[in-house]
Design a protein around this ligand. Structure first.
Ligand SMILES: Cc1ncc(COP(=O)(O)O)c(C=O)c1O
Length: 281
């Protein structure tokens, strides 16, 4: 599908014809937020949680929510229905809108709402079977990482760092404690316990965060949320990434350090299988 229909400010339009003003505050200031929702067999996975996070992000930056939950679901459905793929990733973005350039919020402004979808690109069978490599880097982003902001320069630079090292992600540390990767949450396993960093302003709380907690409870895997030092990450038995498009993915090498025995570990295997069941439920 070369020119899919997208939703822009109340109308469905071909992507090639979807235009916004150069004065849009998303373009000028990165003043907006976004969401990415996975779709399997034409059904959104965890839609309510994604919309709840969208609403939290809007509230955090003082953009009035332009739609009710039902309206959002209808608009997203329209975009999904217009696409030929059964498995998709819906991208939606809201900016503060178009106004004369001045930093503080304009008085009268209408948010810009954009929704598109693409076929979902999941990890390859090779990445599933063998796991992936990552590099570490210092987390130099701002201190509101809990907001799913479109101001993604820090994440872009982290992703570029990974690309230059020909690995999947940069795993970031702030003051030698684990935060998150360029575009995913990071988990470690030690002695059978799955651990993730606290859900605070230093990371984006992925929609998979709560899901992984639920799956651990189902599978009787002990789950701990706490600060994790750099040394603990290198010494982990397993490392995993989670995101809408990676689902759950095993990391088998970090910098020059082989993790565990260099293969996706048993806790990963269990969580990945449970994730596939949850998707299909
Ligand atoms: C910085 C960052 N952290 C975490 C995540 C994981 O969030 P989710 O599980 O909702 O995809 C993402 C997803 O894109 C992300 O960009």
């Amino acid at each position: 599908m070369n020119d899919p229909l997208v939703y822009l400010n109340g109308a469905m339009t071909p992507l090639s014809a979807a235009h916004i003003s150069v004065l849009d505050r998303g373009f000028i200031f990165g003043d907006g937020i976004y969401e990415v929702i996975p779709v399997y067999q034409r059904r959104m996975f965890r839609a309510s949680q994604h919309l709840a996070r969208l609403f939290r992000s809007l509230e955090a930056i003082g953009i009035p929510n332009p739609h009710s939950k039902e309206e959002w679901l209808q608009h997203i459905q329209q975009v999904m229905d217009a696409h030929e793929a059964d498995d998709q990733m819906v991208y939606l973005q809201v900016t503060r809108g178009v106004a004369r350039r001045a930093h503080a919020f304009p008085k009268e402004v209408t948010p810009t709402v954009f929704i598109m979808t693409n076929p979902i690109v999941l990890p390859t069978p090779d990445a599933r079977e063998h796991g992936v490599a990552c590099v570490s880097m210092e987390d130099r982003r701002w201190l509101h990482c809990e907001i799913k902001s479109i101001s993604l320069l820090g994440n872009v630079l982290a992703a570029q760092n990974a690309a230059e090292h020909q690995v999947t992600e940069s795993i970031q540390f702030r003051d030698d404690f684990l935060s998150e990767a360029s575009a995913s949450n990071v988990w470690i396993v030690k002695d059978g316990v799955l651990m993730g960093p606290p859900k605070d302003h230093l990371i984006l709380e992925g929609i998979r965060y709560a899901l992984i907690e639920e799956l651990c409870a189902q599978l009787h895997i002990p789950f701990e949320m706490r600060r994790i030092s750099r040394a603990e990450v290198y010494a982990a038995d397993e490392i995993m990434l989670s995101s809408a498009t990676k689902e759950i993915l095993a990391v088998v090498k970090l910098d020059e350090q082989t993790i565990g025995n260099g293969l996706p570990g048993p806790i990963y295997q269990q969580l990945y299988a449970a994730y596939q069941l949850a998707k299909a439920a």
